[in-house]
Design a protein around this ligand. Structure first.
Ligand SMILES: C[S@@+](CC[C@H](N)C(=O)[O-])C[C@H]1O[C@@H](n2cnc3c(N)ncnc32)[C@H](O)[C@@H]1O
Length: 236
C-alpha cells in the first residue's frame, strides 16, 4: 500500500473512524436505490466501447463499487485510492476473493496527483461530493487527462437538488425510504451526522464541469432524487 499523504480532510477522518461499521447491509438501507445505482455505474462502464484494462476507483472505501466492477471485468487491473487506510484494508479483504492479485491499494487524498501510468477507466461512488466545487472541477480535469483516448469516467454520486425546496423534499424522501428499507432511527441519525461533511453539487453543474474538462458525451444515465450516475468519455 502506498501512503503518499497523511489524511488532513474531515471526510476521510470520519470514514476512518467508522470503517468497522461500514457494512454492505447498512449501505443497502441508506441508499434506497442501491441495486439500480451501483448497477447503472457498472452498466455505464460496459456500454462504452473500450478495453478496460486498468481502472482507478477514487474514494474506493471498502471496495463496494470496485467489487461490482471486478465481477463485471475479472481481467481488469484495479487501483483503489482513498485517504482512509482502515477503509482500504476492508477493500483488500473484499477483493481478495474477487480479483486477487489484480488490485493495488493507494492511500492518498483525492486532491493529490493520481497514481502514474494512465487509466482506461476511472470510477467513483459517493466520494467526490466531499470536495468543494473547485476541487470537483479540478478533479474532473485531472481525470480527463489521466484517461487513455476513449477512456470512460463514471461517478455514482449523491447530488444536490436543483432548488432548496426540492432539496428539502428529497431529504425527506431519503429519510423515509431508508426507514422503509429497515434503517433504524439511530442509523439514519448517524448517517445524517456523517453527511455533515458532504458538499453536493447539482447534476447540471457537474455535467457542465465534465464538458469544461474536455469530456465527450457527459450524461446522467441514472437519476433518482439525491442519487445520480454521471458518465462521460475522453474522445478517442
Ligand atoms: C461514502 S464512502 C464511499 C466508499 C465507496 N466508494 C462506496 O461506494 O461504498 C466515501 C469514501 O471517500 C473517501 N474520501 C472522502 N474524501 C476524500 C478525500 N478528500 N481524499 C480521499 N478519499 C476521500 C472516504 O475516506 C470514504 O472511504
Amino acid at each position: 500500500m502506498t501512503d503518499t499523504r497523511a489524511s488532513t480532510t474531515t471526510a476521510p477522518a470520519v470514514f476512518e473512524a467508522h470503517a468497522g461499521g461500514y457494512d454492505d447491509d447498512l449501505r443497502r438501507r441508506l441508499i434506497p436505490p442501491f441495486d439500480e445505482f451501483y448497477g447503472a455505474a457498472v452498466a455505464a462502464l460496459a456500454c462504452r466501447v473500450h478495453p478496460r484494462r486498468r481502472i482507478l476507483d477514487l474514494g474506493a472505501g471498502t471496495g463496494l463499487l470496485s467489487g461490482f466492477v471486478a465481477e463485471a471485468h475479472p481481467d481488469a487491473e484495479l487501483v483503489l485510492l482513498d485517504a482512509a487506510p482502515a477503509m482500504l484494508e476492508r477493500a483488500r479483504e473484499r477483493l481478495a476473493a474477487v480479483a486477487g492479485a489484480n488490485v493495488t491499494l493507494h492511500v492518498a487524498d483525492l486532491r493529490d496527483p493520481f497514481p502514474d501510468g494512465g487509466f482506461d477507466a476511472i470510477v467513483s461512488a459517493l466520494a467526490i461530493h466531499h470536495l468543494d466545487d473547485d476541487g470537483k472541477r479540478e478533479l474532473y480535469r485531472r481525470a480527463h487527462d489521466a484517461l487513455s483516448p476513449g477512456g470512460v469516467f463514471v461517478n455514482a454520486e449523491q447530488v444536490l437538488a436543483p432548488s432548496p425546496q426540492l432539496e428539502a423534499r428529497y431529504q425527506r424522501w431519503h429519510r423515509d425510504a431508508s426507514l422503509a428499507r429497515g434503517a433504524s432511527v439511530e442509523e439514519w441519525e448517524a448517517a445524517v451526522e456523517r453527511m455533515r461533511v458532504d458538499r453536493c453539487a447539482t447534476v447540471e453543474a457537474q455535467l457542465g464541469w465534465l464538458r469544461e474538462a474536455g469530456f465527450a458525451d457527459p450524461d446522467a444515465p441514472f437519476r433518482a432524487y439525491r442519487f445520480a450516475v454521471l458518465a462521460a468519455r475522453r474522445a478517442a
